[in-house]
Structure formats: C-alpha cells, structure tokens
Design a protein around this ligand. Structure first.
Ligand code: KIV
Length: 272
C-alpha cells in the first residue's frame, strides 16, 4: 500500500523542517519573473529560488558575479507577486555581503522590504558566518549554500565536482554543521559526491537541498530554464530535462513567421 503524503499549504521555514522530519522530499526550482513563477507555484513547487543564476539566464552574463542588488530585487518582487504557496528565497548577490556583516544585513533588509520575499540565501560557511548571524539576528531566515559556490568561480577556476578529497569533505561537513548551529533553515549542497551529501543530511537537522548531490538528501533544486530544456548548451550530468522547450519555441516561432509572411495570419476570425 502506498503511503498517503501529507498536503502542505503555504510553505514556511517550519513546514520545511516538518517535511524533513516526515521524510517528505522538498521540490525547489528557480524563477525570475511573474508568469513562470505563477505556473510553478500553481503546480505545487515548495520553494522558489530567485537565484543569482538570473545573471546567466536572464541577463546573459557568463558568471553570476555581475548581477546587482537592485536587479535581484526587481526579479524577486515579480516572483513574490506570483507566489501563493511557495516559500520565496532570494540570493544575496556577489559583493553585497562579503565586505562586512553590517553591509550584509543592509542588503538582506533591502531584499525583504522592497521585494516582499520570505528568506535570503548566502554562499559560504565559516567565511560568511558573521554576516549570516547578523542577518538571522534581525529575524530574516537564511538558507546556506555550500559545495560549488558559483560566486567564487574565479577562486576555483572550474565548475567541477567539489569536496572529492578528505580535507575538503571534512571542511564542508564542518561548514554544514556550523550553518545549522547558527540557525540556517536549510542548506543547498551543489555538485558534491552523493555519499558525502547523504552523510551530511543525516548529521544535520535542517533540510539539505541538493543540486548534483545525489538522491539521499531532503530535496532537489534545478534552474527552471535548464529543466525546461530552454538552454541547449548546458548539459551537466545532474540535469534532467523535462521538456524540450527550445525546440518547441523554435517550431512555434517558425510557424508564426511563415504564416505572417504567407498572409495566413491573421484569418477572418482573428480580426475585428
Ligand atoms: O542561483 C541559483 O540558481 C542557485 C541554484 C543553482 C542553487 O544558487
């Protein structure tokens, strides 16, 4: 007999803890605009991440570094307006929390006040501790992000799997425990060995959301445009494409264009 899953209404940070305790997996996707957010919220996604991947996906930058706080707030406020159920988490962009904890708090407050989002996400463990603590003290929920942290891409030089050796895996485990201790409500683990992710999600009580971290964690996150198959050039092993939207859109645009040029569009029923 299959287990009847509990229905969770408006998702809060407490809901996510409850889901982990009940062994119910958490589904998280990124989104950056009103229309797609409305669709994924209605479809029952638990967390919408307004990721700084907007820098790549929406603005066409090579890395996540150039996106600004104002741009993140613009995206986040569109997503918040569309969300009736999902918890909306917003990335603190590069350069808005690293200098000192006071600046980090100011950045997080701007996101919460100006977009209406429910939480922020910060990359880094021990190195970001002071900033995260200060944001938490102000009553703002924080999600951590360890493993492959794209804002540090120039430090590492590659997007390969992280924490493959013993020292790095010990450091990552220490960082995850630290984030839990100081009060993060969840942690994203990106591109790390699945055995390590499994161990960490057993050792910490807050939900662990994986991307390229295997199946033995509390939930998964993907970039929406990648899982919808809009981007043909990005094919990491962890990405499952649920649609081939790139081809579907191309076919639709070609049909439209051909109908316009041949005079088939609009027809008599499509005019006033
Ligand atoms: O910015 C983003 O999209 C992210 C996810 C990949 C976790 O941080």
């Amino acid at each position: 007999m299959s287990k009847v899953k509990k229905e969770y209404s408006r998702v809060t940070t407490n809901t996510l803890m409850e889901m982990k305790k009940n062994g119910d997996k958490i589904a998280m996707l990124t989104a950056y605009d009103f229309t797609l957010s409305k669709i994924i919220d209605s479809a029952g996604i638990d967390i919408i991440l307004v990721g700084d991947s907007a820098s790549n996906v929406m603005a066409g930058h090579e890395t996540t570094l150039p996106i600004t706080l104002d741009q993140m707030i613009y995206h986040a406020s569109s997503v918040v307006k569309a969300s009736n159920r999902a918890l909306v988490v917003v990335d603190l962009p590069f350069g808005t929390y690293q200098a000192d904890s006071k600046e980090a708090l100011k950045s997080a407050i701007r996101i919460m006040k100006e977009s209406g989002a429910h939480a922020v996400k910060v990359e880094g463990g021990k190195i970001a501790k002071d900033s995260i603590e200060r944001i938490l003290q102000a009553g703002i929920p924080v999600m951590g992000h360890l493993g492959l942290t794209p804002q540090s891409i120039y430090k590492f030089g590659t997007y390969t799997v992280r924490a493959k050796n013993k020292n790095e895996s010990l450091e990552l485990t220490r960082d995850a425990k630290l984030l839990e201790e100081i009060g993060c409500f969840g942690i994203v683990l990106e591109k790390i060995p699945s055995e390590l992710a499994k161990k960490i999600s057993k050792q910490v009580t807050c939900p662990i959301i994986g991307i390229g971290a295997g199946n033995n964690v509390d939930g998964q996150v993907l970039v929406l445009h990648d899982m919808l198959g809009m981007n043909k050039d990005f094919s990491p092993r962890f990405l499952r494409r649920y649609l081939d939207l790139n081809n579907l859109i191309t076919t639709a645009v070609k049909s439209y264009s051909s109908d316009v040029k041949s005079g088939k569009f609009p027809n008599k029923n499509e005019q006033y």
